[in-house]
Design a protein around this ligand. Sequence first.
Ligand SMILES: C[S@@+](CC[C@H](N)C(=O)[O-])C[C@H]1O[C@@H](n2cnc3c(N)ncnc32)[C@H](O)[C@@H]1O
Length: 251
Amino acid sequence: MSEKHSVGKEWDAATESWVDFVRRGNDYYREYLNNPATLELIGDVSRLIVLDLACGDGYNTRILAKKGAKVTGVDFSEKMIELAKREEAEEKLGIDYHVADAADLRILPSNHFDLVTCFMSLQDIENYRRAISEVARVLRHRSQFVFSILHPCFCPIIVNGKRVTTTKRYFGVVTYPIQWKMERLIKPFKTTSFHRTLTDYFDALSKSRLCVSKLVEPRPTPEGLQKHPQLREVLVIPQSIIIQATKIADK
Ligand SMILES: C[S@@+](CC[C@H](N)C(=O)[O-])C[C@H]1O[C@@H](n2cnc3c(N)ncnc32)[C@H](O)[C@@H]1O
């Protein structure tokens, strides 16, 4: 079984627990850290044509649609897209969902989108270089790609079954398992992530003529700190990094 295939199966198997976690607001890193900072960075999306790449069950896709964007959501997990479509049937926001690998977006036209978002997923996408080049292809000239990832400099990874900090093991790509087993989940699950360096991401962006225009290492909101004191740890060391890159003309 190929890596891509098995990673997709993991997310299919995770869907029920993931959707409960996210929709009940239990993902407080999303609610009080990453979403506020990313949505602020993105700004006004009304009337924009947006692609939400690796959209999961469409939780953030719906946020963008409710802000007035015309959104397409893509994920390679059939189960995630099935549940996203079910929500769309319940509350019509005009979102088109597709099952596709981020590394092969041939179902989508070139030079079409005003914005591509990818929330906390690029570290889970095996062929990130190909995915980034597909993002550049579907974006219109001078439009933006905004993505967030686990911070490659600070988030621990698993090497030979052992948890190590990336301050001890930074260089080189590492494929590692994430065991999701917090009490906030109805059922534990396992996914696969890929540790890469900041240089790897920046090289892939620049090869695709995506020029980094903003970078944010988000801090929790005051409300989040009050409700979830655990978030204080991200006042000291960032959990994530959000990057905005602008598509520039070919030389
Ligand atoms: C951590 S979840 C984030 C989902 C969503 N962006 C959100 O914030 O709710 C990661 C998502 O990436 C998707 N994914 C991983 N690899 C992918 C790939 N190669 N192509 C498309 N989707 C992928 C998974 O199926 C999963 O839904």
